[in-house]
Ligand binder design. Structure first.
Ligand code: UD1
Length: 314
């Protein structure tokens, strides 16, 4: 049995990754989560097949014994959201930077084979060229973007200085089942889904012409497993997007069409720290990790919508 640990394993992406690991059959899976945004319910039907540790990555002593001798540690625990990092920067700084340092240090000390680090496309900021390539100089525009970038740099430095294998993948706007729509900092797709099912207008920040490379959570989990297993990539950073780009107006249009409704969006002021356009160059991930996303935006949105519908009316 191979032992895997997923930090943030009760979260939206982490809980999907846990399921993908369990599908392999040979996996012993442990979750580390402080349940700040993670939820027991996200792990419901797999709960008896995994170990769940309520622990906080901000406390080294809590997590060090839990990661010791694991084969791979998937480090997904974070306080996400650009606007949250502006409204309340201290918790996100402590979790995303200090917490990441603790995880890397605990893994180096504990003889872990490899750490996978969930990095963020926000690192690029408003670089002029699209799609964004890993070789571009990052231009973080918000505390969150900077924090995730520091984590990446730390991961690379642990690979070169502490003989710990690390690999970072910059996730590009992930969406799908179990993304929580209930917080003011929720990802836009989950917010759109909720509005659609309640037949309400969503609020779009700005003119809605900003664009994102929206990536379905199952594709992200698949790529994460590939990055954790790929030989010869230690210390490197890869884009983890789909390679496409849709404006918010296009996405809201598509959702209305799927649902057969007409609900005009409301437009509000631009959000501080917001990036205008985001799109991944997937060349390196395809070539070196075997990245092969399976879900078109339409297919991903349909599956996600089905999930929200079912969980609203179980
Ligand atoms: C950013 C990162 C992403 C990261 C995420 C973590 C970029 C390009 N992407 O996502 O990699 O995983 O942070 O939180 O930086 N919006 C609305 N109405 C709403 C909610 C959002 O119009 O009700 C708009 C936002 O202003 C933004 C877009 O939708 O333009 C996406 O927002 P959001 O889902 O919060 O993600 P990003 O900030 O793009």
């Amino acid at each position: 049995m191979t032992r895997y640990i997923v930090t943030g394993g009760a979260g939206f992406i982490g809980s999907m990754l846990v399921r993908a690991l369990l599908e392999r059959g040979d996996a012993q899976v442990g979750v580390i989560d402080n349940f700040l945004s993670g939820r027991e319910a996200n792990l419901e039907e797999v709960r008896d097949r995994i170990e769940v540790h309520r622990a906080d990555i901000r406390r080294f002593a809590e997590i060090a014994p839990l990661v010791r001798s694991a084969d791979t540690v998937f480090h997904l625990a974070a306080i996400p959201s650009v606007p949250r990092s502006i409204a309340d920067p201290v918790p996100s700084h402590e979790t995303n930077i200090d917490g990441t340092f603790n995880v890397l240090r605990a893994c180096a000390d504990g003889g872990v084979r490899r750490v996978f680090y969930a990095a963020s496309s926000s690192a690029y900021g408003d670089t002029e060229v699209l799609p964004k390539v890993e070789t571009m100089t990052p231009r973080p525009k918000s505390p969150y973007a900077l924090q995730k970038l520091v984590g990446e740099y730390y991961a690379s430095v642990f690979a070169s200085c502490f003989a710990l294998e690390t690999v970072s993948v910059r996730y590009f706007n992930v969406y799908g089942p179990r993304q929580d729509p209930s917080s003011p900092y929720s990802g836009v797709i989950s917010v759109f889904m909720k509005a659609l099912l309640e037949h309400r207008s969503p609020t779009i920040h700005g003119d809605g012409e900003q664009s994102r490379d929206l990536t379905y959570v199952e594709d992200v989990a698949e790529l994460t497993l590939k990055a954790a297993a790929a030989p010869g990539v230690s210390g490197r950073v890869f884009n983890g997007g789909n390679g496409g780009r849709y404006t918010l107006n296009q996405v809201w249009e598509m959702l209305q069409r799927i649902e057969g409704v007409e609900i005009p969006a409301i437009y509000g002021p631009l959000r501080a720290g917001d990036v205008r356009h985001s799109q991944a160059d997937t060349t390196a991930a395809v070539r070196d990790l075997g990245h092969a996303p399976r879900f078109s935006l339409e297919e991903g949105l349909k599956r996600t919508l089905d999930w929200y519908r079912k969980t609203r009316n179980p």
